[in-house]
Write a protein that binds this ligand. Structure first.
Ligand code: ATP
Ligand code: MG
Length: 437
C-alpha cells in the first residue's frame, strides 16, 4: 500500500466540524421556511439570484474590508489547482451579488430587487447558533437611495416573522452616516481610545488606526465600558443623513413596527453607511441576532460598477429555525396521503402504474418495500402503513388486483372505513385521497 493510500484509509470519514448534516424530519423545517420566504419575496417583487459559492478572494477583501473578522480570520481560502488563482468559499453573499450585478450590467434599466438562499462559510468557533457552514437568506435592493426602500426591506422581514409565527424579535436601528461624517467620527473614536489604552484588547489595539469603528463591534465583555463611553456615529450625522434616518423612523412608526435606536449598533463589514439594523431575540442566548443589514451605497462603485446606492439584509436560517422551535412552533413534515400495501410481488407492475397515476394527480404515496424476500406479511405492512403517518392505506390484495380493484382504507379518522375502487379509473377517485391543497 502506498503511503497516500494508507493515509486515505486511516482517516475517519466523518463530516467536517461545524458543518452539519440536515436530516429529515429537520430538513422539512428548512423547506418550510424557504417556502414561506419564496412566497413572501414574490409578493414584494424580489427576484431570486443564484451566484456561485466560490468567488475570487480579492472580491471579499475589497468588499468587506481588509480589517474585519471575516477577512482576517474566518475565510476558507485556497488556490485554484491549475493556475493558482486565489479563491474563497463565500463567507456572505452581498459581495457576490454586487459582483454579478456589475458584471451583467443589471442596473442599466433601473434598480433591482433581489433575494438569495444558500450556504455561507466562516471559520468560526462552532457553538449554538454559530457554525462553519450555515445557510443565509438575504434580500438586496440595488439602485435605490430613498429611505422608503430601507423601510420596505425592514417591513419585509417583519412580515416574515409574522408568517413564521415569531413574536420575540425586536428591531434595533442606527445610522452610521456618510463617508465624510464617518471620517470625523473616526478621528473622535481614535482620540477616545488613545485616552484609554489599557482598556483595549489585542484586536482593538491592532485596529485602532486601521479600523477603529470595528472596535465598537467587539464581542469581548471586558471592553464594554470603553465601548459604551465611546463617541457615537449618530452624533456626527449631518442634516441629510438625519433626514434619511427620520424618514425611515416615520415610515416604520406609520406601519406599527416597533424599534429602538441603538447608537452602539455597528456592523461587522466595512461596506455599510447610513442605516444599519438588526433583529434580535433574547431567546437564543448569546447568538441572538437573527437578521442584520443596512445600506451600502458605495459598494457597487468599490467593486468596479457605476456608482449605485443599495441596501439589504441577511438572516441566519439556523437561528431563525431555532427560534421557531424555541417558541414551540414546530414546522411539520408534509403529511403522506397514502401507503400502498401489496400482498403479492407479481402485482407490482400494476401497483407502480397505479401509484404513478395517483402522484401525477397530486397524491403523495409511498410504496411498501420489503427488505427481505417477498413483500412481508400483511400484518407487518399494516404496521408500516400506520407508522408512515399516511391518511389512507391502499390495499393491493391478490384477489382485488385480479379483479382490477384496490381497497382504500382510512387509517386516521378512527372509522377504519373501507371502499373498493377500480384501477381502471384512478384519476376519478384520486382527489378523495389528497390532504394538501
Ligand atoms: P455575529 O455578530 O453573530 O457574528 P455577523 O454580524 O457576523 O453575526 P452577518 O454577517 O451580518 O452576521 O450575517 C447575518 C446573519 O447570519 C446573522 O445575524 C446570523 O443570524 C447569521 N450568521 C452569521 N454568522 C453565522 C454563523 N457562523 N453560523 C450561523 N449563523 C450565522
Ligand atoms: Mg460574525
Amino acid at each position: 500500500m502506498s503511503e497516500k493510500e494508507n493515509v486515505t484509509k486511516s482517516v475517519k470519514l466523518t463530516g467536517v466540524k461545524g458543518m452539519n448534516d440536515v436530516l429529515p424530519p429537520d430538513s422539512a423545517a428548512v423547506e418550510w421556511l424557504e417556502g414561506k420566504v419564496r412566497s413572501l419575496m414574490a409578493r414584494y417583487a424580489y427576484r431570486n439570484i443564484r451566484t456561485p459559492i466560490v468567488e475570487r478572494t480579492p472580491l471579499f477583501i475589497r468588499g468587506l474590508g481588509e480589517v474585519t473578522d471575516i477577512v482576517e480570520k474566518e475565510m476558507y481560502s485556497f488556490e485554484d489547482r491549475l493556475n493558482g488563482d486565489p479563491l474563497t468559499l463565500r463567507p456572505e453573499a452581498t459581495a457576490g451579488v454586487v459582483r454579478a450585478v456589475v458584471e451583467h450590467s443589471m442596473l442599466y434599466d433601473g434598480g433591482k430587487r433581489l433575494y438569495y438562499i444558500g450556504p455561507m462559510f466562516r471559520h468560526e468557533r462552532p457553538q449554538r447558533g454559530r457554525y462553519r457552514q450555515f445557510d443565509q437568506i438575504g434580500a438586496e435592493a440595488l439602485g435605490f437611495s430613498g429611505a422608503e426602500v430601507d423601510a420596505e426591506l425592514i417591513l419585509l422581514a417583519v412580515a416574515l416573522w409574522k408568517d413564521l409565527g415569531l413574536t420575540d424579535v425586536r428591531l434595533e436601528i442606527n445610522s452610521l452616516g456618510q463617508p465624510q461624517e464617518r471620517l470625523t467620527h473616526r478621528q473622535a473614536l481614535i482620540d477616545h481610545f488613545e485616552r484609554h489604552p489599557d482598556a483595549l484588547d489585542e484586536d482593538a489595539r491592532r485596529r485602532l488606526y486601521s479600523n477603529p469603528l470595528r472596535i465598537l463591534d467587539t464581542k469581548n465583555p471586558v471592553m464594554q465600558a470603553v465601548v459604551e463611553s465611546a463617541p457615537r456615529p449618530i452624533d456626527y450625522l449631518g442634516e441629510a443623513s438625519l433626514a434619511h434616518f427620520e424618514t425611515l423612523k416615520t415610515i416604520l412608526t406609520a406601519n406599527g413596527v416597533a424599534f429602538t435606536v441603538n447608537p452602539r449598533l455597528v456592523r461587522g463589514m466595512d461596506y455599510y453607511n447610513l442605516t444599519v439594523f438588526e433583529f434580535v431575540t433574547d431567546r437564543l442566548g448569546s447568538q441572538g441576532t437573527v437578521c442584520a443589514g443596512g445600506r451600502y451605497d458605495y459598494l457597487v462603485e468599490q467593486l468596479g460598477g457605476k456608482p449605485a446606492p443599495a441596501v439589504g439584509w441577511a438572516l441566519g436560517v439556523d437561528r431563525v429555525l431555532e427560534l421557531v422551535r424555541e417558541q414551540g412552533l414546530a414546522a411539520i413534515e408534509p403529511p403522506l396521503d397514502a401507503y400502498a400495501i401489496v400482498s403479492d410481488a407479481s402485482s407490482l407492475p400494476l401497483v407502480l402504474q397505479t401509484l404513478q397515476t395517483l402522484r401525477a394527480a397530486g397524491v403523495s404515496v409511498q410504496m411498501h418495500t420489503s427488505t427481505g424476500e417477498g413483500m412481508g406479511s400483511m400484518k407487518s405492512q399494516f404496521k408500516r402503513a400506520d407508522g408512515s403517518g399516511a391518511q389512507f392505506a391502499l390495499i393491493f390484495g391478490a384477489d382485488e388486483v385480479a379483479q382490477n380493484l384496490v381497497t382504500v382504507k382510512s387509517l386516521r379518522d378512527g372509522s377504519g372505513a373501507q371502499v373498493t375502487q377500480s384501477l381502471a379509473c384512478v384519476a376519478e377517485w384520486a382527489s378523495n385521497l389528497q390532504s394538501r391543497t
